[in-house]
Write a protein that binds this ligand. Sequence first.
Ligand SMILES: [Zn+2]
Length: 136
Amino acid sequence: MHEWSLALSLVQTLDRWALEHGVEIKRVVLSVPSPAQLDVSVLNEAFDALKRESRLERAKLEVKVRSPRYRCRACGYEFGQEEVDPQIRRIAGEYGEEYPLHLIPELLPTFVKCPKCGSHDIEAELSIKIEEVETT
Ligand SMILES: [Zn+2]
């Protein structure tokens, strides 16, 4: 579901942009943080279905999964996904398959603890970004 709504807003946004600029889109590179847990094949399938009759009709979607960075607002310590994964595994163990971070990646910072000082005041860069657009 998440993949389809993402593909829809992607196609709508880029189609409008391409129309304004009088171009057609050939390639889109999307950067996705790994906790977003997107199913890339579903995203591609949704993109291919939704791009018909738009200025993205011949566009190819590439998805890059990046490892996000976290920063503790309390002590300023910066850390990567490798220090967050064990914490997420623990939460996943408590909630089972449908643990909340899978459903709402935006909630992730509230579940993560600073490995240095233990604060929950963590900021994370979890946005899905369009990294590159190639036009005709
Ligand atoms: Zn800290």
